[in-house]
Design a protein around this ligand. Structure first.
Ligand SMILES: Nc1ncnc2c1ncn2[C@@H]1O[C@H](COP(=O)(O)OP(=O)(O)O)[C@@H](O)[C@H]1O
Ligand SMILES: [Mg+2]
Length: 381
C-alpha cells in the first residue's frame, strides 16, 4: 500500500485539494496583464498553486516563467535566476527559445548531460557588467523578450522578499520596479515572510508601492480538506470515516502541509488495521510532533529568552491585548518594553500574527501545539 500523502511540492499532476476559486482568480489577473502579490505563511501551498495556475495558462499558449529567489545571494544572482528561468521555460519551444537566446545576451545558457532529467540547464554570465548594471541589462532584455512574444507572458517570482536581504536592496527594488513596470507581462510576487513582502508593496516611500493586487492565500476549507483526505485514504485501501478526517484537518488548523504530514503518519499506523480510528490519529499526531521537534527546537534556539516566554504565552492563550498588565502578570512576561519588542521581532519573523478577530497568536498551528504540550521536553514525557 503506497502512502498517498505528499510532503514535497505537489507535482502539477498530483492530487490537489480545492483552490478552484483561487486558480480562477489568479488566472484572470494574469490574463488581464495584472501584477499580484501572493502571500501566506510558509507551506500553505503558494508554490503548488502558482505552478498549477501557470500550467493551465501554458496550455492556453501563455509563456510562463517561474524564478525562485529563495536564498538568493547577490544582485548578479537575481539576474542569473531570471535569465535561467526564461531559458528553462523556452527550452523545448523552438521559436521562443531562439528568441530567448538572441535577446538575452547578458547570460548564456549552458546545457550539461544529466542522468535524471536528460540535460541540466544553468547559465553563465557573458559580457563584463557586474552588480546593478548586470541586473539592469537582464531586465531590459527580459522586456524585449516579452515584446517579441505574440501572446501573453506570465512571470512568477517566488520568495520575492528575499531581495530585501541583499546589499543595496533599495536600489535593487527601485531598478526592478522601473524595469518591470515597462514590461508587458503579468507578474506574481510570491512570498512567505509576509511582513517583509507586504512592506515592499505597502510603504509609500518604496518603489513597488501599490503596484500590484494583494492576494492572501487562506487555509483550506476544513470540510473540503477532510473530504480530500478521505478520498486519499479510501483510494489507497484504508477506510476512514469523515469524522476522523475532520479531526485530522482540525488538529492542523487546515494547514495544507501539516494536513499531508499528519495524514501520512496516520496512514502508516492505519496500515495495520486497515482503518483510521482515534488510536491512529493520536499515534500519527505524536509521530508528527516528534518529527518536527528538531525544526521547532532550532526555531526556539534562534529567539532570545524574553521572546520565547511571550511566544509560549501566546501558544497557551492568544490575546487581543498582549500589553495588558493582567496578561503580563499571568504569564510572567516582565517589562512592557520587552513585550513590545517581542511582538515586533516575532511578527517580523512571521512567527506570530494578529488574526481577523484581532487576537495575537502563533502562526504555525503545529508549533503552537508543540509549545503547548511542553515545548523543549520530548512529546509525551
Ligand atoms: N491544495 C492542496 N492540496 C493538498 N495539499 C496541499 C495543497 N496545497 C499545499 N499542499 C501541501 O502543502 C505543501 C506545501 O506547499 P507549497 O506549495 O510548497 O507551499 P508554500 O509555497 O506556500 O510554502 C505541499 O507539498 C503539499 O504537501
Ligand atoms: Mg513556496
Amino acid at each position: 500500500m503506497p502512502n498517498p500523502f505528499y510532503l514535497k511540492e505537489l507535482p502539477v499532476s498530483g492530487p490537489f485539494c480545492n483552490r478552484v476559486g483561487e486558480m480562477t482568480q489568479l488566472a484572470e489577473f494574469a490574463r488581464s496583464g495584472n501584477n499580484v502579490v501572493i502571500h501566506s505563511p510558509r507551506r500553505f501551498g503558494k508554490t503548488s498553486l502558482v505552478r498549477r495556475v501557470q500550467n493551465n495558462l501554458a496550455a492556453e499558449g501563455v509563456i510562463t516563467v517561474f524564478a525562485d529567489f529563495f536564498g538568493v545571494g547577490s544582485v548578479e544572482d537575481v539576474a542569473a535566476r531570471l535569465a535561467e528561468s526564461v531559458f528553462r521555460v523556452t527550452r523545448e519551444k523552438e521559436p521562443a527559445w531562439k528568441k530567448a537566446v538572441r535577446i538575452i545576451t547578458s547570460f548564456r545558457p549552458v546545457l550539461r548531460p544529466d542522468q535524471d532529467s536528460g540535460f541540466e540547464l544553468t547559465v553563465e554570465p557573458s559580457g563584463g557588467a557586474v552588480g546593478l548594471p548586470r541586473l539592469k541589462a537582464t531586465l531590459e532584455e527580459l522586456g524585449r523578450f516579452i515584446e517579441a512574444q505574440e501572446g501573453l507572458v506570465q512571470i512568477a517570482l517566488d520568495e520575492f522578499q528575499e531581495i530585501v536581504m541583499l546589499r543595496d536592496s533599495l536600489r535593487i527594488e527601485a531598478l526592478m520596479r522601473t524595469e518591470i513596470q515597462r514590461h508587458k507581462a503579468s507578474y506574481f510576487f510570491i512570498g512567505s515572510q509576509r511582513r517583509i513582502l507586504r512592506a515592499i508593496f505597502s510603504e509609500d516611500h518604496r518603489p513597488f508601492f501599490r503596484s500590484a493586487f494583494d492576494f492572501k492565500l487562506e487555509p483550506l476549507p476544513v470540510a473540503e480538506l477532510a473530504e480530500f483526505l478521505q478520498r486519499q485514504f479510501q483510494g489507497n485501501g484504508i477506510s476512514c470515516e469523515l469524522a476522523h478526517c475532520l479531526l485530522i484537518a482540525e488538529q492542523v488548523g487546515a494547514f495544507p502541509y501539516y494536513a499531508q504530514k499528519l495524514a501520512y503518519f496516520v496512514f502508516e499506523h492505519a496500515k495495520i488495521s486497515g482503518t483510521v480510528n482515534d488510536l491512529e490519529v493520536g499515534a500519527g499526531l505524536s509521530d508528527m510532533l516528534s518529527n518536527e521537534k528538531a525544526a521547532f527546537e532550532a526555531t526556539l534556539q534562534g529567539i532570545p529568552s524574553q521572546q520565547r516566554l511571550f511566544l509560549r504565552a501566546l501558544a497557551k492563550e492568544p490575546t487581543p491585548h498582549p500589553f495588558a498588565k493582567e496578561y503580563s502578570r499571568a504569564h510572567n512576561l516582565g517589562s512592557l518594553s520587552a513585550t513590545q519588542n517581542a511582538v515586533k521581532q516575532l511578527s517580523q519573523m512571521d512567527l506570530i500574527e494578529q488574526d481577523t478577530e484581532q487576537n495575537w497568536r502563533v502562526v504555525d498551528p503545529v508549533f503552537r501545539l508543540w509549545l503547548m504540550v511542553g515545548g523543549e521536553k520530548p512529546f509525551g514525557k
